[in-house]
Design a protein around this ligand. Structure first.
Ligand SMILES: [Zn+2]
Length: 309
């Protein structure tokens, strides 16, 4: 059973033949924000800034295929590079929040969390003039004990969260969380999980980050194909600008973190282009427009309105 499930089709569908539209997401943060590197906040202002160049590199690849994505922007970046955020918006992409300081949710009090999220929305919206209605926690740090954060997001007027990874590893995730979009917070928001596939009785992430760089590309293509055709579900993928920057200056971190951070970066351009030529992609607000329009929105915060999606 396991072996049969791992058979990879030799002929994957052409992009235009695929009826299911997937969601491509980019977490816009610099190399030193990656949680597992452990670079302290006090050192960030002395680190070499690489995020503008690497994000523009991704934008150019997306332009080649006329694909739009959702960019979860860190407030820290929006404050220092507002022109980049404006450019992302002007090129037709969706903007969403990745918080301001890349602090894991469980490390914050509810008051600190709300302050951090509100600040990020203010920075993104003032840079781009585009409403923000989606959130992804740094390092997928909404677990079983952080449901309070989802309630805070709903109270702030968000329509969706994309922070709960439906597998459990040493850093994050909820092992048995639903794998596909589901209502949360009494229907005031929806949760949009990153892509996983079932192989036998196992659940595997294929969605992005180190998984996307580590796994063989044919296996990733097979996984998305299986999601689209066997389960009739879109795949939600996540990437980071620093993953496209082989010259990242990660001096001073331990060798394991350096290895993980740098793994297979030189192949990222080819991998992304292959994905874009094989499958259809759109921003979250388009892929899940019907579900998002059903979500009750509190209009008093940030003047979010149904037309925002
Ligand atoms: Zn992040």
């Amino acid at each position: 059973m396991l072996k049969r499930s791992l058979v990879i089709p030799t002929a994957l569908p052409h992009r235009n033949d695929n009826a299911v539209v997937n969601a491509l997401t980019i977490d816009v943060e610099d190399w030193y924000h990656a949680t597992f590197l452990g670079v302290p906040e006090s050192s960030w202002s002395t680190c070499e800034e690489r995020v503008v160049e690497s994000t523009e590199h991704i934008l150019n690849i997306l332009d080649e295929s006329s694909v739009h994505a959702t960019f979860f922007v860190l407030g820290w970046v929006a404050e220092r590079a507002p022109k980049l955020i404006r450019a992302i918006s002007d090129r037709g992409h969706e903007l969403a929040s990745h918080g301001t300081m890349h602090r894991q949710v469980f490390s914050q009090t509810p008051e600190e969390f709300v302050s951090d999220v509100k600040r990020s929305v203010e920075l993104i919206q003032s840079a781009a003039g585009q409403p923000v209605c989606g959130y992804r926690a740094p390092a997928f740090s909404v677990g079983k004990n952080e449901s309070w954060a989802l309630q805070e997001l709903a109270a702030l007027g968000f329509r969706y969260d994309a922070s709960i990874f439906p597998i459990r590893n040493f850093l994050y995730g909820i092992a048995n969380a639903p794998r596909f979009i589901y209502p949360i917070c009494e229907g005031r928001m929806v949760e949009i999980p990153p892509a996983t596939v079932h192989v036998g009785s196992w659940r595997f992430p294929i969605a992005g980050g180190v998984y996307f760089r580590f796994l063989p590309l044919p296996l990733i293509l097979w996984g998305i194909h299986r999601l689209n055709h066997s389960e009739n579900q879109p795949a939600i993928l996540y990437l980071h600008p620093w993953e496209f920057d082989p010259k990242y200056p990660a001096d001073g971190v331990n060798s394991l973190a350096r290895w993980s951070h740098g793994l297979n970066k030189k192949d990222m351009d080819r991998r992304l282009r292959k994905l874009l030529s094989t499958f259809s992609f759109a921003p979250i607000r388009e892929v899940f427009s019907s579900q998002l329009n059903e979500v009750y929105v509190r209009d008093k915060n940030y003047k979010l309105a149904p037309s925002a999606v």
